[in-house]
Design a protein around this ligand. Sequence first.
Ligand code: EPS
Length: 387
Amino acid sequence: MRYLTAGESHGPGLTVIIEGAPAGLAVNLDQINLELKKRQSGYGRGRRMQIESDEVEVRSGIRHGKTTGAPVTFWIENKDHTHWKHVMQPGPIEDDTEVKRRVSRPRPGHADLVGGLKYDHRDLRDVLERSSARETAARVAVGAFCKQMLQQVGISLFSYVRVIGGEKADSMTFDTLEEAMRVIDDSPVRTLDPKAEKRMMQRIDEAKANGDSIGGIVCTEVHGVVPGLGSYVQYDRKLDAKIAQAVMSVNAFKGVEFGDGFEMAFRPGSKVMDPIAHEDDGYTRLSNHLGGFEGGMTTGMPIVCSAVMKPIPTLYKPLQSVDIDTKEPFLAQIERSDSCAVPAASLVVEAVIAFEMAKEICETFGHDTMERIKHRVDEYREELRVW
Ligand code: EPS
């Protein structure tokens, strides 16, 4: 299974083609649209999110509510495009900087300058239109689709915010996953700790007032995982490595860890490995410091993957940069932006992990029909009970 996205931030919209998904999967579009809505609604988003109301339109691969096995195409319209028709028109245009909304002052931390050097774009808008995090709406649609596949085989995911602008959430315990998910959905910053939530929102307000931006740490958990997904036999078959690559591909992410992650550098092995036990249901672990992976394979414990997002580079109080026409130092061009997108990004990270999980399930248990995959996963779970 694979997917490709296309589309610019202020172009007509985003297209995504998912290829290799099994036939016979019942697809709930409302569920996909709900995820898109959640991605748009975190505290700290800018004015653009009031313009957009993202919804997928199916263009191929789903008929009468079920996948056919053919490529699935989703289209998400950019409502803001009506204000950008001239700026984004594909046909030639007279050399009018005003109309083109040409960008000549690269923003530090963005793809602007390096993208310009690489593709010889003297109008940096040709870089920023595609490097924009608008593209992540398409990836959330893919993730929401994949979550419906995973649900069929008893695997569920959720994500939450652990840190925003230095404010750390305490770890919380909940009786059920559903309860935790409800708390996250009710939180404007998608965190589990109500005390930290207030402090995080204060930091966002301060950043906004100062023309600054803040980043944070998000965490995705995957539950109901079968052991043995991914393989130790070759570097490019390790599932933790594939997930790390997917997470690092999300705009503005700078680091990934599994389980206790970077904390492990401060502890001896006896406080890091997860002791093995055997129960009625088969093998289990007495802890989950390693975040659900050994040897690049799932252990069957929940996958716990955290990742750090840098503050958004577009600052209302810009940093020094150089004008690419005059080579004179200037303050970088101000583009409309968000002061914090960490809550939204938690859903994007969850989405890309959902895709890697669904892909791995297909690779391990077959691609053709959802029913067969389901049957094989059930059989495997049964086999492991007595192994
Ligand atoms: C973004 C800048 C802002 C964000 C945008 C990503 O958009 P604009 O430049 O139109 O104001 O709102 O995010 C989205 C559109 C989105 O859907 O997440 C950027 O520079 O990356």
